[in-house]
Design a protein around this ligand. Structure first.
Ligand SMILES: Cc1cc2nc3c(=O)[nH]c(=O)nc-3n(C[C@H](O)[C@H](O)[C@H](O)COP(=O)(O)O)c2cc1C
Length: 181
């Protein structure tokens, strides 16, 4: 990602996050990777959004990052837990004030009748929460703990390199396997 950030026009940390709904129908959308911990990818969202409900219901997700400039793809599948403690508080506090108020104002994924309603809700949040709002209880992070990775890089004539790394549940160690492209 550091490498890609040098050449990507923007959002080298954008990932497509896949979840499944209660009927097993996949759902995918872009979110930003805000931290890469030793054992997890962290992103932030509204817990009551479609993705939040889907993640809370089954605790699993997949993600993919594609950098066009470096012609690389990274896929991850894993388990998901909420980050709704001090780490989420600190990240929330680091955001611009209007983003913090926007988190209060947006009932993410719910029907919205007009843009004016959203703007009114931001101003109502400003009046209520002032210049140092606390993190909303319905907003925070999720940690995706990888069970497997796939690293793909572009090769001439479609002879790409693909390698899957899987976590051994018994030992926690990783094994790598090359795949046909
Ligand atoms: C470049 C980009 C970055 C985004 N980053 C986030 C993010 O970090 N968190 C988030 O909740 N939504 C983010 N979104 C919006 C989501 O794609 C999505 O519209 C929203 O989270 C609602 O998804 P849901 O209804 O499936 O929960 C981003 C969208 C784009 C295009």
């Amino acid at each position: 990602m550091e490498d890609a950030a040098k050449s990507e026009p923007n959002d080298a940390n954008a990932m497509a996050l896949a979840t499944v709904d209660a009927e097993g129908l996949p759902n995918v959308r872009i979110v930003l990777i805000k931290d890469i911990e030793d054992d997890a990818f962290v992103f932030y969202t509204n817990f009551e959004s479609a993705k939040g409900r889907e993640l809370d219901a089954n605790g699993k997700a997949a993600l993919v990052v594609h950098w066009k400039t470096t012609r690389r793809q990274v896929r991850v599948r894993g388990t998901v837990t909420r980050e709704d403690g001090a780490v989420a508080d600190a990240y929330y506090a680091s955001r611009p004030l209007d983003s913090r108020l926007g988190a209060w104002a947006s009932r993410q994924s719910e029907p919205l009748d007009s843009r004016e309603t959203l703007i009114d809700r931001v101003e109502a949040a400003r009046a209520e929460h002032g210049t140092d709002p606390a993190r909303p209880p319905f907003w925070g992070g999720y940690r995706i703990r990888p069970e497997s990775f796939e690293f793909w890089s572009d090769g001439a004539y479609r002879l790409h390199d693909r390698e899957v790394w899987r976590r051994d549940p018994a030992t926690g160690g990783w094994t790598a396997q090359r795949l046909y492209p």
